[in-house]
Design a protein around this ligand. Structure first.
Ligand code: GP9
Ligand code: MN
Length: 748
């Protein structure tokens, strides 16, 4: 023990090790006390425990390369203070925003004033002393170690105390020591990276969630990575000018598809309820396991007279999966070739998305509901940029181990709990509800569903049919509530599948369960599984349902990029002046070309995957003659242009150069989603008799009593769906008195 203390007191390595130990402890304190990183399982816990070590050691080891003792000690101390500052500012920022600070946030003035201004200081609480006390100690130690003895300085005579190791530490460290320490530190970080990649593949390329990067790699690597990304983004943006925008506008104007007069405005003024069907592929529709329909409710819905659906509708997502699907749906622009647009550009880019367009051109109130962490896919920031008035994230839902699965609240509870917020929204509203139960690893208990196991040797495929069945049952309950409460008559409901649930490498096993006629609408009967079959499975449902809406099953070839123009035209909002890369699926001018994110494409006759051309009607590979070759080359060129221009628009942030007539650019700083409930209720009260919420129209009676669910959690405790969770309940007791009449603008 004594030699150790002596070593710590008298050598540079000792001093830096002390700092390393302290920053490690403080980071762990932040991880466990201030951040909610949700580490599960031994491996994640272990990573969390060890990840501060590698990078902190690598940084501190820089001080060893400095040969002069005083400078070496000073550099070590400086690095330590900087690491502490990074940690502490993140702790404060996290307290306010439940997210980590990005370089973009620090640099952008509006966010700094919104996030780091006065309220930043107010965020400090007593236990933050943990983060700063030792800095004082370290500095004091530095005085002793490096010989900056204040006493001696003032009195011009030596003092024996504190007689830390100055005398013994005049020698620089041996040449090999800095290299050795750095090498060990970098190796340590490398191991963390490798284990993370195994546990969560594509962590950095996909950038799901800042929480994840911190959980796996640590705060410093996150900040460095973020700074790198920001610098790259800024460089691309700086090279842009309005001439780039003109090119995009020329393209989108030329590809505008005018609405079909029979459909234009048929749902005008209705509420829009978007139901995001997680990982839901078209082959589920009509599929059976042991003679039982997987999705009996959706099967019937598609056959309903008031439904318009599409059976040649494809997902077009890239690595951003759910977030790519959401991005296409909200903006009719593509996700990025790599990573997630929401994650990398969602905070700072200019958007002209569905929520803002519908609010400004048609008077909609807009809200999004997702039962998971708001930070996932950078949703909280991106939804603000899109102009959503409200975001009800996982905090607004009852959470305990029985009510959640990996990505959010179980679907039956999700719909039921969402309804108690929905009834307070001013109508017409645009509300998006994101389901999550049907997500890999497709886990659901026997208490939730008695649907049979598909019996393949792939547990995920078997689970997929069960979670899809559970989702279908949840939809049935929700629709029954919409009818009972009266919302149904005033709403257009749009359902869409976001992307595949079963990845291509599982499709062969999947094909053993599927009757070919359901898996492959083109009737390919070839026994061998081909990339063409994989491409066919990229179909996802797109369903519009509203009383009075007709249309049956439409066979137009289209993709997620086309959903928004189709929806806007149904609502009577013309898209001619908007920058959108999709086209109205109901327009006779729609070109029936589906561009996949990897530049492959499908037309109504051919599927082109790389250089291979398949004929849709037979699934056979064809060798195109000269005429067909020319035709397909032209289509490929148009697909490339479409994707390329969309990418330029996003990466150069070109929408800042264009404002459609009558549109006001979104101000993301206006939204405060933590207060979503409070704001909705205040608006309702302030508007008094002018309030158009379902609750107000129902003489201020809740309609939640009409929600019938067989969710086992609710059987024991109905308060899950009727009451607000304790964490947000205070928002309900807002004291704003009801006003006598005049309509107020929304306070958010
Ligand atoms: C759940 C979602 C999961 O809504 O966040 O994302 P995914 O893995 O499907 O992209
Ligand atoms: Mn998804």
């Amino acid at each position: 023990m004594k030699p150790l203390i002596h070593w710590l007191r008298t050598t540079r390595l000792g001093f830096l090790s002390l700092l390393l130990g302290l920053i490690w402890l403080k980071t762990l304190f932040a991880y466990y006390v201030d951040f909610t990183l949700g580490a599960t399982g031994v491996l994640q816990q272990l990573l969390l425990f060890l990840n501060p070590l590698g990078t902190s050691a690598a940084l501190l080891s820089l001080a060893l390369y400095v040969r002069k003792p005083r400078r070496a000690y000073a550099l070590g101390a400086l690095l330590y203070v900087l690491m502490t500052a990074l940690l502490l500012t993140n702790v404060l920022y996290y307290r306010e925003f439940t997210d980590f600070m990005t370089v973009g946030t620090v640099m952008s003035v509006k966010n700094v004033s919104a996030g780091l201004g006065g309220s930043f200081v107010n965020m400090i609480i007593w236990r933050d002393a943990v983060y700063v006390l030792d800095v004082g100690l370290a500095l004091l130690a530095l005085v002793g170690y490096a010989g900056w003895n204040v006493w001696r300085f003032i009195h011009r005579q030596p003092l024996r105390w504190p007689h830390f190791g100055l005398v013994r530490d005049r020698q620089p460290v041996a040449y090999h020591v800095p290299q050795a320490v750095s090498a060990v530190a970098v190796a340590c970080f490398g191991i963390t990276m490798a284990v993370s990649e195994l546990n969560r593949p594509q962590l950095l390329t996909r950038t799901f969630d800042r929480n994840y990067i911190v959980k796996y790699l640590g705060l410093t690597p996150f900040t460095v990575y973020d700074a790198f990304q920001t610098a790259q983004n800024n460089q691309v943006r700086a090279s842009a000018d309005s001439a780039d925008m003109d090119k995009v506008l020329a393209y989108t104007k030329a590809h505008y598809a005018a609405p079909d007069a029979n459909y234009f405005g048929t749902a005008k003024g209705k509420n829009v309820i978007i139901i995001h069907l997680e990982s839901f592929q078209q082959f589920l529709i009509g599929a059976k396991i042991d003679g039982q329909e997987v999705t009996p409710f959706l099967n019937a819905l598609i056959k309903d007279d008031n439904t318009l659906s599409f059976d040649n509708f494809f997902h077009e997502v890239g690595l951003g999966k759910t977030s790519d699907a959401e991005n296409m749906l909200e903006t009719s622009t593509f996700g990025l070739p790599t990573g997630s647009l929401f994650s990398s550009l969602g905070t700072d880019n200019t958007f002209q998305g569905a929520p803002a367009l519908l609010e400004q051109y048609a008077g909609y109130t807009t809200a999004v509901f997702h039962g998971g962490e708001g930070t996932f896919w950078n949703r909280t920031n991106t939804y603000k940029s899109l102009g959503y008035n409200y975001f009800f994230d996982g905090n607004f839902y009852a959470h305990d181990s029985g009510t959640i699965t990996e990505y959010g609240i179980k679907d039956k509870l999700m719909f039921a709990e969402t309804s108690k917020y929905l009834e307070h929204l001013q109508q017409p509203f645009y509300a998006k509800i994101i389901t999550t139960s049907n997500h890999y690893p497709f886990f659901i208990t026997d208490a939730d569903t008695d649907f049979p196991d598909a019996g393949t040797d792939d547990a995920y495929i078997n689970g997929y049919f069960r979670t899809a069945h559970y989702l279908d049952a949840a939809l049935k309950e929700f629709f029954a509530y919409l009818k009972a409460s009266g919302l149904y008559d005033k709403s257009l409901i749009m359902l869409y599948g976001d992307h595949y649930g079963i990845s291509n490498d599982r499709n062969q096993t999947l094909s053993t369960v599927l009757n070919k006629s359901t898996s492959d609408p083109t009737g390919d009967t070839g026994s061998e599984w081909t990339p063409f079959d994989d491409a066919n499975l990229q179909r996802v449902p797109l369903i519009f349902h509203a009383p009075g809406l007709t249309g049956g099953i439409n066979h137009t070839y289209g993709g997620e990029i086309d959903a928004l123009p189709t929806l806007l035209h149904l609502l009577g909002v013309d898209t001619q002046n908007f920058v959108q890369f999709g086209a109205d699926l109901l327009s006779p001018q729609h070109d029936n070309v589906v561009a996949f994110r990897n530049h492959n494409f499908v037309t109504s006759q051919y599927t082109v995957l790389g250089t291979t051309v398949y004929k849709n009607s037979t699934g056979a590979v064809v060798t195109p003659d000269a005429a067909l070759k020319k035709q397909l080359a032209a289509t490929q060129a148009s697909v490339d242009t479409r994707l390329g221009l969309s990418d330029t628009l996003a990466t150069k942030n070109l929408l800042r150069f264009y404002v459609p007539a009558g549109f006001t650019p979104v101000d993301p700083s206006k939204a405060n989603y933590a207060k979503s409930l409070q704001s909705v209720l205040q608006t309702e009260r302030q508007r008094g008799r002018q309030s158009t919420s379902l609750f107000s129209q129902n003489d201020e009676n809740s309609t939640i009593d009409q929600y019938v669910t067989d969710a086992p959690e609710v059987a024991n405790d109905r308060s899950i769906i009727t009451d607000y969770p304790a964490t947000v309940a205070a928002q309900a007791s807002t004291t704003i008195p009801p006003a006598s009449g005049t309509a107020n603008t929304k306070s958010q």
